[in-house]
Design a protein around this ligand. Structure first.
Ligand SMILES: [Zn+2]
Length: 260
């Protein structure tokens, strides 16, 4: 993809939106890609639906509110390391995304997609990624519907005022891996169609970004192992494209998008 020179109008800067469930997903699942594209001049955004208040590991917090506040700060620190332009943690309840009102959550995300106007969106697959966490599955459903419907003037048309207009995101990717964890419940992952090669330094920053989530320190060995098992890559499945075509193996999420 072409490198964007500083000073170019904002409208010409390519944008990448990552939609996740919990603080730490952005680093563990997508950290390499977020950093890689930010360094190439892409404007990167992360929307995390919950502040992670139901986590097993509490980091010394005495209440859900205290843990939420800690995890919001950890998320901000990780986003800073990953050079994320805008990281947002919403306030949906951790562990209960499957009990939320689909229409309301998708409306909320659709409005945010119409504001951010990404070229590419990445999220988990509906299986819930390698851990198959139900919140990950719901983020996939909510995020996918929001990105599709943001482009259609007949969906949530009440939002189309005060300068907000429909926006068609050009590609949707689901994060995936080439392995599963045999000691866990079964999970069926989407096949990788886009393999992003990362520099060793990008992997190290990804690990460091995960380790910003200090409240989750007992998970560090597990996550570092899964990060390193991917080799120097992050893998994705192209789930939707605004430019219909046969499936091809890609090495760049912004391939085929054109005039960036
Ligand atoms: Zn998660």
């Amino acid at each position: 993809m072409p490198r964007v020179e500083k000073g170019e109008a904002r409208k010409k800067m390519p944008r990448l939106l990552c939609i996740t469930a919990h603080p730490d997903d952005e680093a563990g699942g997508f950290g390499g890609s977020l950093l890689h594209y930010a360094e190439k001049g892409v404007e990167t955004h992360v929307i995390c639906l919950t502040p992670g208040q139901a986590a097993t590991h509490r980091g010394g917090a005495k209440s859900d509110e205290e843990l939420s506040a800690i995890r919001r700060q950890e998320f901000a620190a990780a986003c800073k390391l990953l050079k994320v332009k805008q990281g947002t943690v919403l306030d949906y309840p951790d562990g209960k995304l499957d009990q939320q009102n689909l229409f309301a959550v998708v409306a909320d995300l659709t409005r945010r997609v119409r504001e951010i106007r990404p070229d590419v969106m990445m999220t988990m697959g509906p299986e819930g990624a390698i851990t198959a966490h139900p919140d990950h599955s719901m983020v996939s459903v909510f995020g996918t519907l929001a990105v599709h419907w943001a482009g259609r003037a007949n969906r949530f048309s009440d939002q189309l005022k005060d300068g907000l207009s429909p926006h068609q995101t050009k590609k949707i990717y689901y994060g995936t891996t080439g392995f599963t964890m045999p000691d866990r419940q079964p999970v069926s992952l989407a096949p990788a169609s886009m393999v992003l090669n990362l520099a060793a330094a990008e992997i190290e920053t990804k690990v460091a970004a995960f380790e910003c989530h200090k409240s989750q320190a007992p998970l560090f060995p597990f996550f570092e192992e899964t990060i390193r098992r991917r080799g120097k890559t992050e893998q994705f499945h192209l789930a939707a494209t605004a430019m219909p075509r046969k499936m091809e193996i890609e090495t760049d999420m912004f391939e085929g998008i054109g005039d960036l």
